[in-house]
Ligand binder design. Structure first.
Ligand code: HAM
Length: 422
């Protein structure tokens, strides 16, 4: 038997309604912040991610689904959304739009060949935003406020916002030099990846999944000491906006994120529940990327954004025992007795559905009792039973399944009755 690929999932009807509920809410929230939806392709040139996300990241080195297409071009299923949105901003000359920053959001599948575990998939759905074209601490604060607003609007409470500043390119360079000095004497104790990255990208060592508990990682120098004045000031302003907004946060000077494009503000939202026993605690992550546009041959604009996965949002909801209000109303189940009645029901259903009434009937030649049971299972608000008598009199009893009470109406007035009793 052919099975579903590892790390992917079928989202079955009972679950899709939760997804639709969440996605609808996210679309609504985006209107409040004036962000507009963008849809980019599911695959891009491999170069986009190699350059944008960074050659020496785990994502690019180990996790990409890369293939050669029939024209011998190297393509990659997108592992994240930022590089593609930035590519699109540049390619579509959005920097020419007088409305800067351009505020964009996206929602769609991403692909990473990762080890499967609870909260970690090989295909997952990222909802993300990117505000491109402004370097201003207030937009950083807006993005952070939006992250909190999103999670709180689903009723989540056990949340911890962790922030850091990676500084500008100069600060990052000074910090990288300090990390090389720090790790060089002990690098032989580290994994092969860390050894290879010592001189190309030492910050990655702080983010290594294998060596994260090594003493030298724990007592590595902190970026805070290497921020130049401009970077320090930017960071202070972001924090003072967060204070104004009453958004609590924790600072972690070792938070460097797993992708290379970050400068200045970097953040993650974590599950903060002492009883939580899962390995994955990060719900969402993001930050500012000041050099990314130029790295992708674009203008010298800057951006900031974040992404969350719906899978982890659902995981957090489950963890806190939050039930989403996803009950869907079903208006009418039509029970039929006899061939004539069933023929009539086909026409009636067609008419009702065109009038916006959700309705269904039996297709399995069930006996009346079986049809009634099905009406119950479907949670239908009303049922009718059509037989020869009803066809002749053109009148029907319509039964409210909650109260058990019935009204008699004309057959051709069912739609009006149901609309009046929504
Ligand atoms: P990221 O931290 O790689 O950042 O991913 C962001 C979020 O995507 C994670 O916090 C998590 O919710 C979700 N995620 C990542 N990998 C998986 C997985 N294998 N299974 C389930 N969920 C996953 C980015 O992707 C950046 N593009 C975010 C960003 C936007 N930065 C600036 N703008």
């Amino acid at each position: 038997m052919i099975k579903i690929p590892r790390g992917t999932q079928d989202i079955l009807p009972g679950e899709t309604k939760k997804w639709r509920y969440i996605e609808n809410k996210l679309h609504e929230l985006m209107k409040l912040y004036n962000y507009k939806e963008i849809r980019t392709p599911m695959f891009e040139s491999t170069d986009l991610f190699a350059r944008g996300v960074g050659d020496s990241t785990d994502v690019v080195q180990k996790e990409m689904y890369t293939f050669e297409d029939k024209g011998q071009r190297s393509m990659t299923l997108r592992p994240e959304g930022t590089a593609a949105v930035v590519r699109s901003y540049i390619e579509n000359k959005m920097h020419g739009d007088p409305n800067q920053p351009v505020k964009l959001y996206y929602n769609g599948p991403m692909f990473r060949y990762e080890r499967k575990q609870k909260g970690r998939y090989r295909q997952f759905t990222q909802f993300g935003v990117e505000a491109i074209g402004a370097e201003n601490p207030s937009i950083d604060a807006e993005v952070l406020a939006m992250v909190m607003h999103i999670y709180e609007s689903f009723g989540l409470k056990h949340l911890k916002l962790v922030i850091n500043s990676i500084g500008d390119i100069d600060s990052r360079k000074a910090y990288n030099d300090a990390l090389v000095d720090h790790f060089e004497p002990v690098i032989h104790e580290f994994c092969d990846d860390c050894q290879a990255r010592l001189h190309t990208n030492p910050m990655r060592i702080l983010d290594c999944k294998v060596d994260r508990n090594h003493e030298a990682v724990q007592n590595a120098p902190s970026i805070t000491e290497y921020l130049n004045d401009a970077s320090q000031q930017y960071y202070e302003e972001v924090k003072s906006h967060l204070d104004d907004l009453g958004i609590p946060y924790v600072e972690d000077p070792h938070l460097v994120r797993g992708l290379d494009y970050y400068t200045h503000t970097a953040f993650e939202l974590m599950i903060d529940d002492p009883n939580y026993d899962g390995a994955i605690t990060t719900l969402c992550g993001g930050g500012r990327y000041n050099g990314l546009l130029e790295l992708l041959d674009g203008p010298s604009e800057t951006g900031i954004g974040f992404a969350l996965s719906i899978e982890r949002l659902l995981m957090a909801l489950e963890e806190e025992g939050i039930e989403l209000d996803v009950e869907e109303d079903f208006d009418l189940f039509v029970v039929t007795t006899g061939e004539e009645a069933d023929r009539y029901a086909v026409k009636l259903l067609n008419q009702l559905r065109h009038e916006g009434i959700s309705a269904d009937k039996d297709y399995m030649s069930r006996k009346m009792k079986g049809q009634m049971k099905q009406a119950d299972r479907l949670n239908a608000r009303y049922t009718i039973v059509i037989g020869d008598r009803e066809l002749e009199s053109k009148q029907i009893d319509i039964k409210n399944m909650d109260t058990g009470e019935s009204d008699t109406v004309q057959l051709d007035e069912i739609a009006d009755y149901l609309k009046a009793h929504k």
